[in-house]
Design a protein around this ligand. Structure first.
Ligand code: MSP
Length: 633
């Protein structure tokens, strides 16, 4: 089973709010692995999706006064149709737990496990962590806090179906000991073995009071526990019970990626579900670390929700992918800062890679009239050829081992070696030296060829950059096979046009992307703007038609503004200065052509002007009557 198709999964994400850079981290990693295996000529099944049922989503929908199906449809559309396309995520199936085929598989599995006595009926009494959707027994909860995330837990007492984890405890322990690669990195394996050795209690797999879920077959008063439902997505997406050819080819997953906080579900509950179904277990469950802001996991509080779509709009997709794959050793925690993203782009991409390409093409144009020179083996030691072969092997090993940062780093080694080679061989001196033509040709060819090899090695990792390098090298921009990374494939004799910089040097971000309301700007020596520049701002008079506090925040108000013949929604960080009700009917000035941003799941289509100083803040509006929508200029 499973040899014909390489199968990788990400967790399916809760569409309780828009996803952030932390979710993008896992998904871009899975994407890079998928692209690599496709280039190796393998069939690939790359699955990601959304985990849509359960109490957490039910509550988020209720908070917005929307029915769960409409609520999830809206958030899911943004994830599937905007976020993943913006990051170039090449999934083969986007699975939603509300998909009909999935619901059917969940119910069939529940029924089978009940029929074979692995699921039984009883009463649950214990704790529930809503944000994590996880049950905790009394023995693990101290002071009312979730042992995993520290947030408050709720008391639950209800009739419930239970899954007999205890029956499989020893078999699972044996499996982990016999397959030390099953859970990676190794520290997580040890955590899991310890966890199992403390003894597994049977798991409650239904909720009586939660209506938004898959009904228990034959007992619709109960819905199936959201984690039990969610883990099954990996089976549904592989064609379990629906497409036996696909399932034969894909099962079991080769790599399942996730953040470390949910390894427990994937290394304990999930394999036991598969054992009960007599199915092979995944080959590898990889729990990577967290992206942090300061000391805090991104996603835990307002101001930490970095929107990847905005980052891509600001910097382009490849700097964002590069940063995500390169910055943090996969497995460890690491810090996100926009400044680090800018630094990575400037140092690695603009300086090392971009300059190498630019200066090399310039030298070929100066020293060989722009024609790719021939290469004559045997004249000199094949320095870059050896580095390229070594780097290629390291990229392959790293990607097989899911060490993505090491793969990216290895390509950097080739780029730096090529830069160093130029410094050492000094093509400008060879050009003037009588009888050095062949050596000069070899140097130029070797550097061009290193760039071509780098473009192949980068092609699973970045989106447009490999093609842009290749166009400048005068070769087809698409890489179709990994074997193209072999040395010596650059054709000779064609003419190279003048190069264009690959990456403009970025300035450190003046305004960082985050969901926190911008701090009021201090009065400064502002640079002069022309009237034209000022008039690019479309400032309009608007009336506040409705205002409400954005749930879960202290600072944000959601305003509905009338501009006369149109209305728009604006999220404004003024809640500490104005009561929502007091704003209704007031006139304000709105920047009407500001790029929209999503804050707390709400699309904000503009910004209201306010004056602020020393902690005081006042909205700005017209002093006398004017029609709504009047232009401010
Ligand atoms: N729905 C469950 C998963 C079910 S899988 C059968 C869930 N969803 S989630 O929306 O909370 O997503 C959690 C996952 O998002 C993490 O496991 C990780 O892959 C990713 N991340 C979310 N925040 C992250 C960071 N700050 N850093 C790195 N990854 C993060 O749990």
């Amino acid at each position: 089973m499973g040899d014909a198709c390489w199968y990788v999964t990400t967790p399916i994400y809760y569409p309780s709010a828009d996803l952030h850079i932390g979710h993008a981290y896992t998904t871009v990693a899975a994407d890079a692995l998928s692209r690599y295996h496709r280039l190796k000529g393998q069939d690939v099944l790359f699955v990601t999706g959304t985990d849509e049922h359960g109490q957490k989503i039910e509550r988020s929908a209720a908070d917005e006064g929307v029915a769960p199906p409409a609520f999830v449809d809206r958030v899911v559309a943004r994830i599937r149709d905007e976020l993943w396309p913006a990051l170039g995520v090449s999934h083969d199936r986007f699975i939603r737990t509300t998909d009909e085929d999935h619901v059917a598989v969940v119910q069939a599995i529940f029924q089978r496990l009940r029929d074979q006595g692995d699921i039984y009926f009883g009463t649950y009494e214990g704790w529930y962590c809503l944000p994590d959707e996880s049950f905790w027994p009394d023995s693990r909860v101290h002071g009312g806090a979730c042992p995993e995330c520290g947030r408050p837990v709720e008391r639950v007492q209800q009739p419930s179906y239970f899954f007999r984890l205890s029956r499989y405890q020893d078999r699972l322990r044996q499996h982990l000991l016999a397959h030390p690669d099953f859970v990676q990195p190794p520290t997580r394996l040890n955590e899991m073995i310890n966890f199992i050795e403390q003894g597994l209690e049977d798991l409650s797999v239904s909720r009586a009071g939660v209506g938004w879920g898959v009904p228990v077959p034959g007992d619709p008063e109960h819905t199936i526990y959201v984690w039990f439902d969610a883990l099954i997505n990996y089976l549904t997406a592989a064609g379990y019970l629906s497409d036996s050819d696909r399932f034969q080819a894909a099962w079991p997953p080769d790599v399942q990626l996730m953040g470390k906080e949910i390894v427990r579900f994937h290394a304990v509950t999930w394999p036991i579900m598969l054992m009960a179904l007599d199915l092979p277990l995944p080959r590898r469950v990889f729990g990577h670390g967290w992206l942090l802001i300061g000391e805090t996991k991104i996603g835990k509080s307002l101001g930490h929700v970095i929107d990847p779509i905005q980052l891509v709009a600001k910097y382009g997709v490849d700097p964002v992918r590069y940063f995500l794959l390169r910055e943090v050793p996969f497995g460890a925690d690491g810090t996100y800062t926009e400044e680090a993203l800018v630094r990575r782009t400037n140092v690695d991409l603009a300086n090392d890679l971009g300059n190498l390409l630019h200066r090399t093409i310039a030298m070929v144009r100066r020293f060989n009239d722009g024609f790719v020179p021939p290469f004559r083996p045997g004249i000199e030691e094949p320095v870059l050829e050896l580095v390229a072969a070594d780097v290629r092997r390291e990229v392959e090993d790293s990607l097989e081992a899911v060490e993505l940062n090491r793969a990216v780093e290895a390509v950097g080694r080739l780029v730096r070696a090529a830069n160093k080679f130029i410094e050492e061989r000094q093509p400008w001196a060879l050009f003037r030296e009588p009888g050095a033509r062949e050596r000069l040709d070899n140097v130029l060819y070797s550097v061009l060829e290193s760039l071509r090899v780098a473009s192949v090695l980068l092609s699973p990792l970045l989106l447009d950059t490999p093609g842009r390098i290749r166009r400048q090298l005068g070769i087809a921009d698409g890489v179709t096979r990994w074997e193209e990374a072999a040395w010596g494939k650059l054709p000779v004799g064609h003419h190279l046009d003048e190069g264009t910089p690959l990456f403009p040097r970025l300035e450190a971000a003046a305004e960082e992307i985050s969901a926190a309301a911008p701090a009021p700007a201090a009065v400064s020596e502002a640079p002069t703007v022309s009237l034209d520049e000022f008039q690019r701002l479309d400032l309009r008079v608007a009336r506040v038609e409705a205002a409400e506090r954005v749930a879960g925040t202290d600072r944000l108000l959601k305003l509905t503004l009338s501009l006369g013949d149109s209305t728009r929604t604006v999220v404004s960080g003024i809640a500490q200065h104005y009561h929502a009700e007091a704003l209704v009917g007031r006139l304000v000035v709105v920047v009407a052509n500001l790029a929209s941003v999503t804050l707390r799941g709400i699309v904000s289509e503009g910004m209201v002007l306010a004056a602020s100083e020393g902690g005081q803040l006042a909205l700005v509006g017209p002093l006398d009557a004017v029609p709504l929508g009047a232009r401010v200029q």
